[in-house]
Design a protein around this ligand. Sequence first.
Ligand code: CDP
Ligand code: CDP
Length: 214
Amino acid sequence: MKIAVDGPAGAGKSTISKILAKKLGINYLDTGAMYRAATYKTIKESIDPENEEAVVKAVENSDIYFKDNEIYLDGENVKIQIRSPQVNRLVSVISKIDEIRKIMVAKQKKISESSDVIMDGRDIGTVVMPDADYKFYLDASIEIRAKRRFEEMDDKSAMMSFESLKKEIAKRDEEDKNRKTGPLKVAEDAVVIDTSGLEIDQVVELMAKKIKGE
Ligand code: CDP
Ligand code: CDP
């Protein structure tokens, strides 16, 4: 079974996909973590993000993989590093580079061919698994998505204001929707769920019902 989950930041994709994967006894793959790891690599090596050739070379020469569902870069567990504000700001710039997308999509397609999986991202139903058994597009208002992300922050005063977080998410959405290759969009055959007024369990229930054919 292959399930594709796409949508903008904070729609609930990863939280819900993880629960659903457990429920269905299949693997979960967080494709955003792969683009984040590639971005972290460029930051670590002080590569100019505008220098596409250098970015691609660095990513080609790096080893990005999952072990026990956690993301690794060149042998180092980078699950904390990939969530930094710096990575948040830069990830959509790196992920719009065609060659970077090619590398990631090839890895993701390979994983999808070898096991039953629920994958979340931006181009899963459209590019990575166009033949998925089920496709979902989770959405929510920008206000709600920013609020969810704001509430996740440990030390709110030390990080950023709600307004700047909202702006940053809106900017990333715009970049993801408007890039040439693999933009964020609703796959023709996807079920769209607006999660704005829904609890996590309610979204999981809706998706599980669709999968069971109810
Ligand atoms: O969790 P959040 O929604 O903040 O982001 P993410 O899923 O970790 O994805 C981070 C970024 O990676 C996105 O804003 C996209 O720029 C990029 N991405 C992508 O281009 N294609 C994917 N399949 C997944 C993520
Ligand atoms: O992966 P994506 O960026 O789409 O979102 P997420 O990281 O799964 O969800 C962002 C936050 O919203 C998490 O803290 C979830 O617990 C929360 N959430 C929620 O409160 N209600 C929902 N219906 C979905 C997610």
